[in-house]
Design a protein around this ligand. Structure first.
Ligand code: SF4
Length: 398
């Protein structure tokens, strides 16, 4: 990949006339996700498929993921694909991977299936991993967007979350990334924390705004079983935020970030104009995506499948040359319609009015949960707070 990007940069600055090609342009249709499962410690709220490791087995991971790539590259499901539209290293904590292995993965994949010139290539990072050397190495490897896990600026909240970084490391990481030419930044924050933490959400929003990142992702805390937080709640040591405060903080973020020039383009995502996440937007458009690594999901057309969840099981399967797929399903017309509605309504593109029964839509509009314009129904922030219930009611499943 890096090769393609370097070539395209050179071509864009040269005055030598380019040869006229008679070939049709390549279609960069597939979106690539790589799940990097390694973390230094499990955060208190996290139920993702991770492997806690003091040392990250970077070489082993890259070898396995490239073996899995080779399998799918030759597979009939992707036979028509001519190129990769976006790449996303998610996790886990991809910033714990040796940057040299990030470069090797991108180079090998890009040499076998072209990555679109200027493709969005995102790497998730935790602030403590962002050194000057790492940031420069990611940039040289072809990474052009970094999603930074911030969550809060309150030291006691970070400790409660089992985060492994300090609040002070966040602006340092942002400065280092910008210094390395990685200005396309997204910062993750979590709201609706238990009341006993006394978290100042308004203050945290002010601090994250001061960093002037072009993209922000805000997630409401959910309590998952089999997490430290789930156990604390079971034992009565923590209580989830009540619905009223969840709504209050969601709406405060919406108003504050809108006023600061961000577009709330998806229920959890805000971007300055032109900085919306291209990779994640592909999921919401039901574009084809290939997931590599433990627990990664893939989809093309109505077919979707998912990998073995645990690092050890996935790694052993790949090493043995076996399939790492844990399950697959084909959407029927009903589930496809429901999913299209859900995906449309979670974004500000909305869904076609015909997808929602007229009587149901009338109720939504009257309640202030939706607006209708240009043949589309779009949820308001109050509607987004009820997204699941509204989709269920439109699908006759309430
Ligand atoms: S760093 Fe991210 S993936 Fe790892 S445990 Fe924390 S929240 Fe989960």
């Amino acid at each position: 990949m890096a090769v393609l990007c370097r070539v395209s940069r050179r071509l864009s600055t040269t005055r030598v006339p380019l040869p006229v090609s008679r070939s049709p342009p390549l279609l960069f249709g597939v979106h690539l996700y790589l799940h990097v499962p390694f973390c230094a410690r499990r955060c208190s709220y996290c139920d993702f498929a991770i492997a806690v490791r003091r040392e990250t087995p970077s070489r082993e991971y890259a070898d396995r993921v490239l073996a899995e790539w080779s399998h799918w590259r030759r597979h009939e499901r992707w036979a028509g694909e001519q190129g990769i539209a976006t790449v996303y290293f998610g996790g886990g904590t991809p910033s714990r991977l040796d940057p040299g292995e990030v470069a090797r993965i991108l180079d090998i994949i890009g040499s076998e299936l072209p990555i679109a010139p200027g493709a969005e290539i995102t790497l998730e990072a935790n602030p403590e991993d962002v050194t000057d050397d790492a940031a420069r190495a990611w940039q040289r490897a072809g990474v052009n967007r970094v999603s930074l896990g911030v969550q809060s600026f309150d030291p006691s909240v970070l400790a409660w979350m089992h985060r492994t970084h300090t609040a002070a490391q966040v602006p340092e990481a942002v400065a280092r990334l910008r210094g390395a030419g990685l200005a396309e930044l997204s910062l993750d924050m979590i709201y609706a924390l238990p009341a006993h933490l006394g978290r100042d959400w308004r203050g945290d929003l002010a601090q994250v705004l001061a960093l002037e990142a072009p993209h922000l992702s805000l997630y409401g805390l959910t309590v998952e079983s089999h997490t430290p937080l789930g156990r604390w709640v079971d034992r009565g040591q923590a209580s989830p935020a009540p619905d009223e405060r969840y709504a209050e903080e969601f709406l405060l973020a919406h108003a504050t970030l809108n006023a600061a020039g961000y577009r709330h383009y998806e229920v959890s995502n805000y971007g300055k104009p032109g900085h919306e996440a291209r990779h994640n937007s592909a999921y919401w458009r039901r574009a084809p995506y290939l997931g590599l690594g433990p627990s990664a999901h893939s989809a093309t057309g109505d077919l979707r499948w998912w990998n073995l969840r645990e690092w050890a099981a996935w790694s052993l399967a790949i090493e043995a040359g076996d399939s790492a797929v844990a399950g697959e399903e084909r959407l029927d017309a009903t589930s496809r319609g429901l999913e299209d509605l859900y995906l449309g309504l979670r974004t500000d593109a909305g869904a076609g009015v015909g997808a929602v029964p007229a009587a149901v839509l009338g109720n939504w509009v009257e309640a202030g949960w939706a607006v209708v314009a240009d043949g589309r129904v779009r949820l308001t922030p109050e509607g987004w707070l009820r997204l699941d219930a509204l989709v269920a009611s439109a699908g006759g499943r309430d």
